[in-house]
Design a binder for this molecule. Structure first.
Ligand code: BEZ
Length: 259
């Protein structure tokens, strides 16, 4: 596995499936845009533990899931042994036959070399094949990222912005990259989707531990607790209501056709 393009996260797949099921529940809506047809060859890029891959397979399409995290692929294989899952890098994967569609939910914000991923998707598709993706767009989790950077600054961690692992492009930026590589962008949308977090009072701490660990990786256990407490304090007035946390998600959705 190549970790150059995607920061290392320690994925706890049990916690991911238990407390963060919203990742694929919201993604179900994206399947309507994909509109998979029986017999189509489809790749699920960044399949996680396989829930949406299975839904695509239920349409009668021939689907394969890939993910850079070996622990996600291991769990996906346990969940759906009848389906094919492989460890692969979004910026460096190969397919055996050109595909009808590449689908991707909630993963491309981890891929900073976006042009490399788009080139890979392009080479994987048939002419006329479609790329249907949703991920964090411009302004996504802005309040959480700012609070994390402030908290790291407060304990004298140099350049906390450099620890930020995410890529949240605007429509203009991403559509330009797609067009430059031979795609026709036929649908794009950037929208706010405030996302309730499971775990009540612990919701934001759970989310940070699952999804923002690159910010904390250099810290001692005590410093990590201190940073999480400081983030909670900063965000309480805006993202906490009546015992529950909401994350300030903004999604970008695109459908692009290979010319
Ligand atoms: C997202 O789905 O937008 C997201 C998930 C984890 C980290 C950052 C963003």
């Amino acid at each position: 596995m190549n970790n150059i393009s995607i920061p290392t996260n320690n994925w706890n797949t049990a916690l991911y499936e238990d407390k963060h099921a919203f990742v694929w529940r919201y993604g179900e809506d994206l399947l309507t845009l994909l509109n998979p047809q029986p017999g189509e060859d489809i790749l699920d890029l960044g399949c996680g533990t396989g829930q949406l891959t299975e839904k695509i397979a239920n349409s009668g399409a021939v689907v394969r899931g890939i993910d850079y995290a070996a622990e996600m692929i291991e769990k996906a294989r346990q969940n759906y042994p009848q389906l094919r899952f492989d460890v692969a890098d979004a910026t460096n994967f190969q397919v055996e036959q050109p595909l009808d569609a590449v689908f991707s939910n909630a993963v491309l914000h981890w891929v900073k070399p976006a042009a490399d991923a788009i080139a890979c998707v392009h080479q994987a598709l048939k002419p006329g094949g479609r790329f249907v993706a949703e991920f964090g767009g411009k302004g996504n989790v802005q309040a959480i990222a700012t609070a994390l950077e402030n908290a790291l600054d407060a304990i004298a961690i140099p350049e906390p912005q450099a620890l930020n692992p995410w890529y949240f492009p605007s429509i203009g930026e991403y559509a330009t990259l797609l067009e430059q590589q031979g795609f026709d962008v036929i649908h794009s949308n950037l929208f706010s989707r405030p996302t309730p977090l499971a775990g009540e009072e612990a919701g934001i701490a759970n989310w940070i531990q699952m999804f923002a660990s690159p910010f904390l990786v250099e810290l001692s256990a005590e410093q990590q607790k201190q940073v999480i407490r400081a983030v909670e304090e900063q965000l309480k007035p805006t993202l906490y209501r009546q015992g529950n946390w909401t994350a300030d998600y903004r999604r970008i959705r695109i459908v692009a056709i290979k010319l």
